[in-house]
Design a protein around this ligand. Sequence first.
Ligand code: NAP
Length: 285
Amino acid sequence: MTAQLIDGVALSRQLRGEVAGRAARLTAEGHRPGLAVILVGDDPASAVYVRNKVKACEECGLHSVLERYPATLSEAELLARVAALNDDDSIDGILVQMPLPRHIDAQKVIAAIDTAKDVDGFSVHSAGTLTTGLPGLRPCTPYGCMKLIESTGRSLKGLHAVVIGRSNTVGKPMALLLLQAHATVTVCHSATPDLALHTRQADVVVAAVGRRNTLTADMVKPGAIVIDVGMNRNDEGKLCGDVDFAAVREVAGWITPVPGGVGPMTITMLLFNTLEAAEARRAGA
Ligand code: NAP
């Protein structure tokens, strides 16, 4: 059996169309959704990420502000900028690009963002709403993975999902979102003795490790949904995921490619979160 490809580029395009339509309606009512992105330092990868985020905003009709500061910016100065954006009515979402320079406490900065504007969903408050099942902003990458799984048309209710990885930004929120969708969830990590024992029983596998070939064909149940979050380089320097794509494709039922799977969805869900934050603020205004 050859798996069906879950096309993150096509799904992103479709969802961005929806964001653009809803953003246009809000704009017509006098409230154009706005995202502020703060970049501290000159890490080249971070610069590319924030440029892509700002460009995606513009393409969907969202207002965006990019604030760039030198790596010497003090923690107090950054906190003051976050406070100013919290009070700025034209801004619905605030994203502080990670990593921050060492002298700045990232947790303190994330905690300073107005919870209604935490479009990265990284704050303790957002994590709490996810854990308790309350409405709130969800971390973009796992939120995008859920949309990719939904696009297969399979209900998660009663399925066994295995998440490989337990980071606060991907693995843990992914597990909670799957749980909320009524999957039975197993979370694996670097201290899991026999990873294959778990993945072989899984109807859904989400690999979020950062090590290529973590999931090989012998570890996958025939027909499973395989979501590859990993971003690695192969020996030729090409982008690849955590999954041995060519071989797993012959066993799985659905699979995301890398590139073209989870990657495009992450920015799309940031736009989605900004739009939803704008709609919520407007409804509460
Ligand atoms: P991370 O913070 O480094 O977490 C990696 C997780 O993998 C950890 O929980 C770690 O376990 C676990 N792990 C490491 N080796 C393992 C092994 N041999 N077996 C099982 N689990 C193992 O990384 P992350 O931020 O979650 O990101 C994971 C990957 O996704 C990276 O490649 C990253 O670049 C990619 N990513 C992609 C997107 C996107 O938009 N496509 C977004 C975010 C991240 P311990 O907790 O025990 O150390």
